[in-house]
Write a protein that binds this ligand. Structure first.
Ligand code: PHE
Length: 340
């Protein structure tokens, strides 16, 4: 029995060196430690041992069995450790590598200002209407109380697409379209692109306006100023005030130019407000009776006000942009400066 055991031990030692993975380990266990394994088989051989030698032989067998099980445990632990190490190596993350940037876009300053204006007036119950960029003479001029050959047509240098068809010079044509389609009460904003043959540091042949129109019973210039106060305060700060100056637009009577107290110097005078304390922000007025009549609305019953905001102008003031052209060049170094 002793010889048998030491032969088995030698064989097991030799086999042990060849165990490298789970499959080898399981084969090793089958060969030695399973029910039919060689180590387990030693016990069966005990019956061939003379009775008086059996206790000693049994002891040897048990020792061998404990030893073989120990070998098995060690192998199993080594393999598990090796597998874990391999997995860790395969899944290793180099935390010193720079991350993959996930660049986020931003909104164009014109879109930002447009959204801010819409936010303010939507909060007061205004709806949005968008008219066509190619407009007929009727909507752009005639029905806005600017008849053919009227000198007021020269106020805007118009691009003609065909006779009586223009690239709209203002969003005011939207007033006519809304009043044709809707009866008072009307509260609407008309954002859009407009076109004029004009180009310098503060003028672009294409720019954006936001028209506002309110028509109802008993609407006055006072209502206009109240709403505009809220508007400029939300854009330029709670302490700014508005001032109305008389002006002229063919489709409003009276017409006003609206100034906001300088948000840079608080009204003391600085280079932004050209030392006047005030900055002109938009044109507005009480809707001319002729315009209401042109849309079948009785001026004896209803009245209204309208305003036109130049979006680029507001964006330039708000963000300190000194050249309107920057807004149309799509230079990322410029655009990245606007995040909200
Ligand atoms: N349409 C005018 C312009 O483009 C602005 C304006 C709109 C004035 C509405 C009065 C009322 O200059």
């Amino acid at each position: 029995m002793e010889e048998k055991i030491s032969a088995l031990r030698a064989q097991l030692e030799a086999d042990r060196a060849a165990v490298h993975n789970k499959e080898d380990l399981s084969a090793f266990w089958q060969k030695y430690l399973s029910k039919n394994g060689a180590v387990t088989g030693l016990t069966k051989g005990l019956r061939d041992v003379p009775k008086e030698d059996r206790p000693a032989a049994g002891k040897l067998i048990n020792e061998c069995k404990t030893w073989a099980e120990g070998v098995y445990e060690t192998l199993a632990a080594d393999i598990a450790a090796a597998e874990l190490a391999a997995r860790n190596a395969a899944e290793a993350v180099d935390i010193t590598l720079p991350g993959t940037p996930n660049p986020t876009g931003g909104l164009h300053p014109i879109t930002l200002v447009k959204n801010q204006i819409i936010d303010v007036f939507a909060g007061m119950g205004f709806q949005i209407y968008e008219g066509p960029e190619i407009e007929d003479d009727d909507h752009n001029f005639t029905r806005l109380n600017v008849p053919k050959n009227h000198p007021a047509r020269d106020m805007q240098d118009t691009f003609y697409v065909a006779e009586d068809i223009v690239l709209r010079t203002q969003t005011s044509g939207g007033q006519i379209r809304v009043m044709d389609a809707q009866r008072p009460p009307i509260k609407v904003l008309v954002p859009g692109r407009v076109f004029r043959s004009d180009s310098d540091a503060t003028h672009s042949p294409m720019f954006h306006q936001m028209e506002g129109l309110v028509v109802d019973r008993n609407i006055t210039l006072c209502d206009l100023q109240g709403m505009l106060d809220k508007f400029v305060q939300s854009l330029f700060g709670p302490e700014v005030k508005t001032r109305l100056r008389p002006s002229y637009f063919p489709f409003t009577e009276p017409s006003v130019e609206v100034d906001v107290s300088c948000f840079e110097c608080g009204g003391k005078g600085c280079s932004l407000c050209k030392h006047t304390g005030w900055i002109e922000v938009l044109g507005a007025g009480v809707v001319h009776h002729n315009v209401l009549r042109n849309c079948g609305i009785d001026p004896e019953v209803y009245s209204g006000f309208a305003f036109g905001i130049g979006i680029e102008r507001i964006a330039m003031l708000k963000y300190g942009i000194n050249n309107i052209g920057l807004m149309f060049e799509n230079d990322l170094r410029f655009l990245r400066q606007f995040k909200d």
